[in-house]
Design a protein around this ligand. Structure first.
Ligand SMILES: [Zn+2]
Ligand SMILES: [Zn+2]
Length: 339
């Protein structure tokens, strides 16, 4: 099969031919039909995220068709259209047993992070990691649910607990940002979205954002001007760079929650006095749970959340699409699709 392989930070991706074994007991072989391109892949290429594993096939937003099943598999059969939950966790630690498997300290595999992911014609995963997709759901759209939309559900629902009537700032408008806009609107919040890109601001409005900011005038000032000087109940930090973190802190209302989803090599600097005076909470959100992935599929199937696809590219075009993502040209997700 063909696969695009990662060989460590600073090295170019390469299109290679690989062999794939047949599924073992409990496993399923999935013929990949679509794989979303996440900003995290750029962190692998730059080395901001370096798990020390290469060569590796990246790609963790994976949808396809079951092409084979190992012994003992009952939940899925050949031909089923499926979405992959990218965490294979231990299943018996405290975190796994309390439906917080995204925090499992003994992760067996994370497809596209520590084990071969979706930028390949086939992938092997535990059959229990597959979610069957409703008939008629576009597989490229389904793929983007696997990280961008579920990450948004985890951050807004589970971590921030966004409530009716709250004002939230979504600081950054990539795939997760678009998911957050839609989820926070469904939760009854007032949404202020920030993006430097006019095209992304237009999309944010189309998805329901109440206010869009271009980030040129200091964001904290703009948010206060629109909240009677109060600030926002929740700020989602999707960039995590020096230019945004201070603004994000200063945009918070008292008792406000700052939620990190994005990160960079920069460090957050905050005075404990500032935290104490405002009773601010600084928290963070990583990945998602299986339950949240099912929720994402349900929300997309009912049309309540719309995946945003910028372009569909071939496996050969993946490196160029990553360059476009790095340059900020992608509105939503670019998705690798397979014939
Ligand atoms: Zn991702
Ligand atoms: Zn575990």
């Amino acid at each position: 099969m063909r696969a695009v392989r990662y060989h460590g930070p600073g090295r170019a991706l390469s299109l290679e031919t690989m062999t794939i074994r047949s599924p073992k007991s409990g496993e399923s072989l999935v013929r990949v039909k679509a794989a979303g391109i996440c900003h995290t892949d750029l962190h692998f290429l730059s080395g901001v995220l370096n798990l020390g594993i290469s060569p590796l096939t990246l790609g963790h937003e994976i949808a396809g068709e079951v092409a084979g099943v190992g012994e003992g598999v009952t939940g899925v059969k050949v031909g089923d259209r499926v979405l992959v939950f990218y965490y294979a966790t231990c299943g018996h630690c405290h975190w796994c047993r309390t439906d917080r498997a995204n925090l499992c300290p003994q992760v067996v595999a994370e497809y596209g992070f520590t084990a071969d992911g979706g930028y390949a014609e086939y992938i092997l995963v535990p059959a229990k990691n597959l979610v069957r997709l409703p008939a008629g759901m576009d597989l490229a759209e389904a793929a983007t649910l696997g990280c961008s939309v579920t990450t948004a559900i985890h951050a807004a629902g589970t971590i921030a607990g966004v409530r009716l009537g709250e004002t939230v700032v979504i600081y950054g408008s990539g795939g997760v940002g678009f998911g957050l806009i839609q989820y926070c609107k469904l939760a009854g919040a007032r949404v202020i979205a920030v993006s430097r890109s006019a095209a992304r601001r237009a999309k944010a409005v189309a998805l329901g954002a109440d206010v869009v900011l271009d980030g040129v005038t200091p964001v904290a000032e703009e948010v206060r001007a629109r909240t009677h000087g109060e600030g926002a109940d929740v700020v989602f930090e999707l960039a995590g760079v020096n230019a945004t973190m201070g603004q994000a802190m200063n945009a918070l209302r008292r008792r406000g929650r700052l939620v990190f989803v994005g990160y960079s090599a920069d460090h957050l600097t905050v005075s404990p006095l500032q935290l104490v005076i405002g009773e601010f909470a600084v928290t963070a959100s990583v990945g998602n749970t299986f339950e949240e992935l099912i929720q994402a599929v349900d929300l997309a199937a009912s049309g309540k959340i719309r995946p945003v696809i910028d372009r569909r590219v071939s496996l050969e075009e993946l490196p160029a699409a990553l360059d476009s993502l790095r340059r900020g040209e992608i509105v939503g997700r670019a998705v690798v699709v397979f014939p």
